[in-house]
Ligand binder design. Structure first.
Ligand SMILES: [Zn+2]
Length: 71
């Protein structure tokens, strides 16, 4: 494995870890706060497009930042 390949792999692992943390059933990670919040402190909102089609799920942190947790 060359150096670049190793770096790419590391990046992949880190990105996956973040995704895992964001969608954790115990809470979610707010990028803007740089903090992990427990589920009971966040508001989960399902967003629907006009016509009733499911768009995404947002998690709103106590500071009112929204993060897409499901798309
Ligand atoms: Zn936040």
């Amino acid at each position: 494995m060359d150096k670049l390949e190793k770096l790419e792999r590391q990046k992949f692992i880190i990105e996956n870890k973040i995704t895992e943390t964001k969608t954790s059933s115990h809470g979610f990670y707010c990028d803007m706060c740089g903090k992990f919040y427990p589920k009971k402190k966040c508001k989960i909102v399902e967003v629907f497009e006009d016509g009733g089609f499911y768009d995404c799920t947002l998690s709103i942190c106590p500071k009112k930042h929204d993060t897409i947790i499901d798309d």
